[in-house]
Unconditional design. Sequence first.
Length: 211
Amino acid sequence: MRIFSVNGSPRGRAGNTDVMVRAFLEGARRAGAETQSAYLADVKIGHCRACHSCWSEPGGCVLEDDMAGILSRMAGADLIVLATPVQLGNVSGMLKVFVDRLTVTGSPHAPKGEGGGRKPAEFVLVSSCGYPDKRSFDVVTHWVRMLAAMMGTRVAAEVLAAQGKLLAAPEGGRTERVTEFLEAVARAGAEVASGGKVADSTAAVLERGPA
């Protein structure tokens, strides 16, 4: 299995969200998956112009930025991890801009592996928020499910952490609850990579969260 992670946190590798992403991918690699990652904070991706030139003419998007390189790396992935903090009740602006640019993958001119007849990759949502109320994720989870439906695929797993700042503690300073949660995130990665879904026992620990 090939897994491609797209981290939409403005804090990139320093963010709370990436703690979960790293755990998930580590578990997936233990199960034999090949993983790659893109950090949107480190690249330049412009807003989609909704011109649909990518649909009407060969040659891809008219914008010359880092999106084509990311799509090339993502091509052929079986699973795409979409990672984002909750910002004002929604996904980050960076992730939304990236997803808007996926319009090109629906083009009849899209190369095979970018939407040209290949079974679409499934999604995993990884998200953190600062508030304790898990209702903060309502819009984010609805959004990713709608996205999956529009792209003819499904959400294989959702990994959500309220009070995400607790994840930032160094490994030796983590509470038992945080350690248990991150171990469950890693198990989820292994389970999705090997069987396509998260085991009920693992899902129960994820549901409890890190706090």
